[in-house]
Design a protein around this ligand. Structure first.
Ligand code: GUN
Ligand code: ZN
Length: 430
């Protein structure tokens, strides 16, 4: 068990959603505060002076002007795409066929899967990310590799075997039955073990037959507490393809809905080009959407309607979508979300951006009571940000009139150099 530790500095407090409350009331940046970590949890949070009195003789790590925040929660990633991030010039379907599928084939080798899982968790920790929700490959060993590596690090993670039984290379296809059997076995092996959760993972409608979609729906009905993750309405060509593959479906979402794959524990990545019915149904069932801004610009997919969807009360998380996204950094991802907001005429406040990368994603994963906010009893996953990490940022931070303006400069210009330390389960990691 890690030693009790008091971290002091500037502390980000999450009091509510900055999409419901004025942003600077929902989140506060408190100077001279502290967070007390004990037994892998947050035992206390408050002014540093008070904590020092309440917890005498505890080791204090003084971060000074650094910002102590909840660890970042990346709600949609493909860890197997780590080595092909930033691959040039293709749009979604071509990008999958040219870069992604050949790389995912390599995960037939469990040794390769283990190597990339460790590399991926090293990289994300260095970027301040403490929880990810990941697609794996069709190979069960790709799930074992990520789960085992996360377990060894005491890390909270969600992952699932990506299921595909058509429109993928031969070596990357399972069947409706084997997808069901393998997913069930993996779920029984990992779900709820330590901090690990299993997500039922049909890749997207074009790569699953209606039989496989129904098998995934049946498995979810047997395990409704599990998350189900997939992709929805990312590119217009993809939507046309889905409609031709499912001629009786009312829309893209209906291809999931008709097979038992729509629900409150459903997580739908991208969700850019939604029809009115889709938007209404997603809100009605309380599903989670995941905004993947660097991916949506990098692959040329489109502009997510953050203001419209959050305004309608839809739960939204934020994600890198590694390796369709162009960065492992949730800071770069927040910057991209800001720019997409600008292109839609609805800029996001720094408090909204950092909330999306922490509590917003945690709520989208149904884990808002455990991670994503520095509250008493929550799990001790934190990122400590240096708000003057490069000369360019430091000179801008000097001019800032308040902490939000200072944080915004790091959001727009920062990367892993801004991450002073990452704490996972009360242990310092990077
Ligand atoms: N749609 C189906 N698979 C993928 C994937 O791996 N990445 C992205 N961005 N979209 C997808
Ligand atoms: Zn994805």
């Amino acid at each position: 068990m890690p030693q009790p530790t008091l971290l002091t500095g500037r502390v980000l407090r999450t009091l509510g959603s900055p999409f419901d409350l004025p942003p600077e009331e929902a989140l506060r940046i408190e100077d001279g505060w502290g967070v007390m970590l004990e037994g892998g949890r947050i035992a206390d949070i408050g002014p540093a002076e008070v904590l020092r009195q309440n917890w005498p003789q505890v080791t204090e790590i003084a971060y000074g002007k650094d910002l102590i925040c909840p660890g970042f929660v990346d709600a949609h990633v493909h860890y197997p795409q780590t080595a092909i991030i930033a691959s040039w010039g293709k749009r979604l379907i071509d990008w999958l066929n040219t870069y992604t599928f050949p790389e995912e084939m390599r995960f037939a080798d469990p040794g390769y899967a283990a190597k990339i899982a460790a590399r991926y968790l090293d990289l994300t920790a260095a970027h301040g990310t403490t929880t990810v929700c990941s697609f794996c490959t069709i190979h069960p060993a790709s799930v074992d590799a990520l789960m085992a590596e996360a377990q060894a690090r005491g890390q909270r993670i969600v992952a699932g075997k990506t299921c595909m039984d058509r429109n993928a290379p031969e070596g990357l296809q399972d069947t409706a039955q084997s997808a069901y059997d393998d997913s069930k076995a993996l779920l029984e092996k990992w779900h709820g073990v330590d901090r690990l959760s299993y997500a039922i993972t049909p890749r997207f409608s074009p790569t699953s037959t209606p039989d496989q979609m129904a098998a995934m729906g049946a498995l979810w009905a047997e395990h409704p507490d599990c998350l189900m993750q997939t992709h929805l309405s990312e590119q217009t060509d993809e939507i046309e393809w889905v409609k031709s593959l499912y001629p009786t479906a009312r829309d893209y979402l209906d291809t999931y809905e008709a097979h038992g794959l729509l629900g409150a524990n459903g997580l739908y990545g991208h969700a850019i080009h939604l029809e009115d019915r889709e938007r209404d149904r997603l809100r009605e069932v309380g599903a989670g959407l995941v905004h993947c801004p660097t991916s949506n610009t990098f692959i040329g997919s489109g502009l997510f309607d953050m203001a419209g969807l959050t305004g309608a009360g839809v739960r939204v998380g934020l994600a890198t979508d590694t390796g369709g996204g162009s960065s492992f950094s949730m800071l770069r991802t927040m910057a991209s979300a800001y720019e997409i907001g600008q292109l839609r005429g609805t800029p996001l406040h720094a408090a909204q951006l950092i909330w999306l990368a922490t509590a917003g994603s945690a709520h989208a994963l149904g884990m808002g009571d455990r991670i994503g906010a520095l509250t008493k009893g929550a799990e001790a996953d934190l990122a400590v940000l240096n708000l003057s990490s490069t000369p360019a940022i430091a000179q801008r931070a000097e001019r800032a009139e308040d902490s939000w303006e200072e944080l915004f400069a790091t959001i727009m210009m920062g990367d892993d150099r801004a991450v002073r330390a990452t704490w996972i389960s009360g242990k310092v990691n990077a």
